[in-house]
Design a protein around this ligand. Structure first.
Ligand code: B12
Length: 169
């Protein structure tokens, strides 16, 4: 940041969770992390109804929607949020992360990637935040050779599935 120039975030992130999840410190952590990355963050808080995530994402244009869940229900409930968003015509890239199941199932990341998430970040990965940073970098500087193939992206036609932001477990 240049001296005397206000650090005005130019990018917006919507932070939410699944409706069953009452944990809040993961959301606070992710809010601070995204703010540090230069995002203006709207944090919808714990136990967020899916309808609120959808209406909020329609009212404001976000650069990314991040679902953080740690109660173990993410693998079941997060795809419902994604489906509701896409059904409502919201094309914003959606990432999901945290403690996403109750058994550290190695297939959970793949299941969520197959459900259509643009980035999947189970906290069983030792490179979790390196991978998430790469995902955010690619969103910021998206061009055909690095495109993640996010829904609605003009560069998506050139994307390869190998660029999908799924953190290794
Ligand atoms: C504090 C706590 C609570 C508090 C929450 C208070 C509050 N205001 O948040 C209380 C006591 C209320 C609670 C309740 C419950 N809890 Co609790 N809780 C915890 C505990 C001890 C710490 C969680 C925490 O705040 N961590 C601090 C934050 C900063 O870290 P974090 O949440 O792990 O998030 C990190 C990563 O996951 C990651 N991350 C998270 N989201 C995302 C998203 C992206 C995109 C990325 C990149 C990374 C990322 O980044 C964070 C920083 O590294 C954990 C155990 C533990 N040691 O983790 C259990 C834990 C999360 N709870 C658990 C459970 C089961 C429950 C209950 C269901 C218990 C019950 N039977 O009632 C209820 C939840 C009910 C519900 N409806 O959700 C389980 C979840 C099991 C699972 N996932 O397999 C855990 C893991 C305990 C355990 N070992 O069994 N809990």
């Amino acid at each position: 940041m240049k001296p005397g120039v206000p650090n005005t975030p130019s990018r917006k992130a919507l932070l939410t969770t699944v409706s069953s999840d009452s944990h809040s410190w993961n959301l606070i952590f992710m809010e601070l992390f995204l703010a540090e990355r230069g995002f203006e963050v709207t944090n919808l808080g714990p136990c967020c109804p899916t309808e609120l995530t959808v209406t909020q994402s329609q009212e404001t244009t976000y650069d990314v929607i991040v679902i953080s869940s740690i109660n173990g229900h993410g693998v079941i409930e997060a795809p419902d949020i994604l489906n509701a968003l896409r059904h409502a015509g919201v094309t914003t890239p959606v990432a999901v992360g945290g403690k996403l199941d109750t058994s550290s199932d190695l297939e959970t990341g793949d299941k969520l990637a197959q459900a259509g998430f643009d980035g999947v970040f189970p906290d069983t990965s030792s490179t979790l935040f390196d991978d998430f940073n790469i995902f955010l970098d690619r969103l910021e500087a998206c061009h055909p050779s690095t495109c993640l193939g996010c829904t609605g992206c003009a560069n998506a036609a050139a994307a390869s599935t190998s660029a999908m932001g799924v953190a290794a477990e």
